[in-house]
Design a protein around this ligand. Structure first.
Ligand code: HAM
Length: 432
């Protein structure tokens, strides 16, 4: 068996898990969360975009940034049979922008607001809340530089969490400024850290050379100690970037969204400018970021397109569903038959099969037992499947045309005419 087991860091989404720890992988929860997300997207004016799972490697090198951890360490890159270098998408933003440019979506009418749901791939060390194949819901708004669109992004991601019943969340925001603010800040941070260079962790020493901003979110406690008193990017914002950030903060305040300003928040992808944000959950451990995003005004141009601003976010479905379970939010029932038929004997089986197919054709979820030797076992199966009603039919019932329908949760029985079964179920099914 072990030779065929799934690779490290991936998982199956299955109808039913045998242990409670696996409950977050149950299909109906994923379907429910995705449905809420799709409805939310429609309410905010977003349309779905589906891009391929793999892209040319250069797209991510250029788009996400050569010095980012994602590109330098975490990509699933392979050569296809003609020797092209391809990469399983580690994130959704660069592919959406690639599709936007390639398909000339700037020439299409209407607002450019796109959302996506799907798997992403990163070769990270698996741990709680961190996988090698994980799923994101994300969105991108292209062509609008207004700070109100940044506020919209934060409100949208929070609205999804609100609709799903999450409570214990923090909104962290920062501005990484424009190109000039970032360059000034890089120089200032390098100057500040230079005397302590040899005391920094090995990772941060590499980052000092390649991407000094990333030292700010080092998890190493000693690095964080050395960073005390470091300059803040917020002090170096250009007047325009500063005014933009002020409007974002004002917009969040107007919407009664509490937030914390986190001057060290830089995020792991290199395309950001101005607003960046992250939503964290107190229910998750070290990997506590449920979602994050920000503005990336320079990405389209750097990928060879027009100089259009953009903003977006992504949220991880695994962490989201795990947080929902940890917070014990109300969850939907798993799919179940409205009626479970138990035939007694061959004649009844024939009649029940007819009934069950007719019910299904009338869009009533119905199941039939074909195997149990004892009524008790059949009824237990009906219970396990979460059936709302059970109906035992034998020769007597067929002869009289009257049946006792049993509500499994209350054990109450009602006498109804067999010919009126579909009508009865249609009526009660509406309340499910
Ligand atoms: P990101 O912060 O890299 O941003 O990922 C967004 C979310 O994906 C995280 O907050 C987390 O919930 C989830 N996630 C990331 N890596 C893993 C993993 N290995 N296992 C499980 N969940 C994970 C982006 O990807 C940007 N493209 C977001 C964006 C869109 N920015 C602008 N537009």
């Amino acid at each position: 068996m072990s030779d065929y087991s799934s690779p490290k860091g991936v998982f199956d989404i299955i109808p039913r898990e045998s242990s409670p720890e696996g409950a977050w992988r149950e299909t109906h929860l994923w379907q429910y969360v995705e449905e809420v997300m799709r409805k939310c997207a429609a309410d905010y004016g977003f349309q779905e975009i589906r891009t391929p799972i793999f892209e040319r490697t250069e797209l991510f090198v250029r788009g996400v940034g050569e010095s980012s951890d994602i590109v330098s360490k975490e990509m699933y890159t392979f050569e296809d049979k003609s020797g092209r270098s391809l990469t399983l998408r580690p994130e959704g933003t660069a592919p959406v922008i690639r599709a936007f440019l390639e398909k000339r979506l700037d020439q299409t009418p209407g607002m450019k607001k796109y959302f996506y749901i799907g798997p992403m791939f990163r070769y990270e060390r698996p741990q709680a809340g961190r996988f090698r194949q994980f799923h994101q819901f994300g969105y991108e708004v292209i062509g609008d530089a207004s700070p109100e669109r940044d506020v919209e992004a934060i409100d949208f991601i929070l609205e999804i969490y609100r609709r799903l019943g999450l409570k214990n969340l923090s909104v962290l925001i920062n501005s990484v400024g424009d190109e000039k603010s970032r360059n000034d800040f890089r120089t200032a941070l390098k100057e500040f850290l230079e005397p302590h260079l040899s005391q920094l962790s090995e990772d941060s020493q590499t980052r000092y050379q390649k991407n000094v901003l990333r030292i700010l979110d080092s998890k190493d406690p000693n690095d964080q100690k050395l960073l005390q008193g470091a300059p803040s990017i917020l002090e170096m914002l250009s007047p325009e970037a500063k005014a933009h950030f002020e409007k974002v903060k004002q917009g969040l305040t107007d919407l009664n969204i509490p937030f914390q300003i986190q001057p060290k928040l830089v995020r792991g992808l290199d395309y950001y400018n101005k607003t960046v944000f992250e939503i964290t959950s107190g229910e998750l451990g070290a990997q506590n970021s449920v979602g994050g995003g920000g503005r990336y005004d320079g990405l389209l141009k750097s990928l060879g397109g027009p100089d259009l601003p953009a903003v977006g976010f992504a949220t991880g479905l695994e962490r989201l569903i795990q947080t929902m379970l940890a917070e014990q939010v109300p969850l939907p029932k798993r799919p179940h038959p409205l009626i479970f038929l138990v035939p007694l004997g061959e004649k009844a089986k024939e009649a029940c099969l007819k009934i069950v197919f007719n019910l299904r054709h009338a869009q009533i979820p119905a199941e039939i037992d074909l195997q149990s030797k004892k009524v008790g076992n059949a009824l237990q199966l009906a219970q396990e499947m979460g059936a709302t009603y059970a109906l035992v039919i034998g020769d007597n019932e067929l002869a009289s045309g009257e049946v006792k329908i049993k509500e499994l949760s209350t054990r109450e029985e009602q006498l109804i005419k067999l010919s009126e079964l579909a009508q009865f179920l249609k009526k009660v099914g509406g309340n499910e």
